[in-house]
Design a binder for this molecule. Structure first.
Ligand SMILES: CC(C)(COP(=O)(O)OP(=O)(O)OC[C@H]1O[C@@H](n2cnc3c(N)ncnc32)[C@H](O)[C@@H]1OP(=O)(O)O)[C@@H](O)C(=O)NCCC(=O)NCCS
Length: 342
């Protein structure tokens, strides 16, 4: 049993280097018959590999896959045989650190297809394997080749629209998972895990290797590595602290049924049913006055000591400026109507 498999249609630059790959139907833990077929037809020798496949090889692959009852993959191979774009057949025997662009793309697809969870795959070293590209209305373009492509388009009376310049494409050009609303698709990167029932409004953002477990209203930023529990609401412009830059090393998460208020932010993982007042940014070292039910001071502790604790309400006292923490007695209930049309 291997780790993952995918037949991908991709883009290469003029040097024949892979820029990006689209896997319509990636497979998790493919069975051995599928791999034997790839071995016989494409000379797969084991390990993790993206193998370029010719039209003839893809037709042979389709026939062999059909004979072994792998009808969906056979149909895909048949279509890929007709492709005018380069095709790659990628096999990951293990979840080891990726060594090629097609391998990284397969891993990002697995997360966005909800076949693997954020933090469930080894993604170290992927930045070096993801070229920074111009994502245009005519697909991915190598930045060195962009001026020529822009000129060519103009000469032919078209405009080449560059929608972004980035290492990651927007998720929805590759995967649209079931039961989600995404108001501005550019704000969710491939490799995001968008749980069923999630609404991402225009201000919302979801990075790769991050996302939502289920029903959520996302109007703030879910940084790389951050997972948001079911029923939680990220208010407009709020922020979850990432670990990719700035020296932060605590992995931030949001529990179930939490509310992070508008323009608020968290630098600690929140337990279930927590609320953070609009505009309050709690960092790990923030000194917090813990209050009892009568608003009497119990003790002053650092926010990191409250990490993962459930039922807390954080607010900045509007009279003293001190950050306070009380027990949150009214866990939020998401507005059912907002999610009814997913
Ligand atoms: C922090 C928050 C959750 C508190 O809301 P709440 O639990 O409904 O509390 P209330 O506003 O009813 O206030 C309860 C009491 O605490 C007091 N209080 C509230 N916030 C306070 C603050 N920052 N400092 C001092 N007192 C405060 C109130 O004055 C009130 O006092 P009272 O008992 O004397 O009447 C709320 O202010 C908030 O920030 N919600 C986020 C909403 C949001 O951003 N949603 C996303 C939209 S995109």
């Amino acid at each position: 049993m291997s780790f993952a498999f995918g037949i991908g249609i991709g883009t290469q630059n003029n040097q024949g280097e892979w820029l990006e790959v689209f896997y319509q139907q990636p497979v998790m833990t493919p069975d051995n018959t599928l791999l034997e077929v790839v071995q016989n037809i494409l000379g797969y020798q084991g390990g993790n590999q993206g193998i370029s496949a010719s039209s003839e090889q893809l037709s042979q692959l389709a026939t062999a896959l059909r004979q072994t009852g792998q009808n969906n993959q056979a149909a895909l191979a048949d279509k890929a045989a007709e492709s005018t774009r380069p095709v790659v057949v990628t096999v990951l025997e293990t979840d080891d650190t990726a060594s090629s662009t097609p391998e990284v793309y397969l891993k990002l697809h697995l997360i966005s297809h909800r076949m693997a969870k954020p933090h469930g795959l080894k993604l170290d070293g992927i930045f070096g394997l993801l070229p920074n590209l111009a994502w245009t209305n005519e697909g991915a373009v190598d930045l060195n080749e962009l001026p020529e492509r822009q000129l060519q388009a103009r000469l032919e009376g078209r405009t080449l629209e560059v929608k972004s310049v980035d290492k990651f494409p927007q998720m929805t050009d590759y995967v649209v998972p079931k039961g989600v609303r995404i108001a501005d698709t550019a704000r969710v990167r491939l490799g995001a895990y968008v749980g069923e029932g999630t609404t991402v409004m225009h201000e919302g953002f979801i990075n790769f290797n991050a996302g939502t477990e289920g029903t959520s209203m996302i109007e703030g930023r879910i940084s790389a590595g951050v997972m948001v529990g079911k029923g939680s609401d990220l208010g407009g412009g709020c922020s979850t602290m990432g670990t990719l830059s700035g020296g932060g090393n605590i992995i931030i998460a949001v529990g179930e049924n939490c509310l992070i208020g508008a323009n608020a932010g968290i630098g600690i993982p929140l337990g279930d049913r927590c609320k953070v007042e609009a505009g309050l940014y709690i960092t790990a070292g923030t000194k917090v006055a813990l209050l009892d039910d009568n608003n009497e001071l119990v003790e002053v502790i650092k926010a990191r000591d409250l990490a993962n604790q459930p039922d807390l309400l954080f607010r900045r006292n509007s009279q003293t400026g001190a950050v306070e923490c009380k027990t949150n007695k009214s866990a939020i209930e998401l507005n059912e109507e907002l999610h009814a049309n997913n």
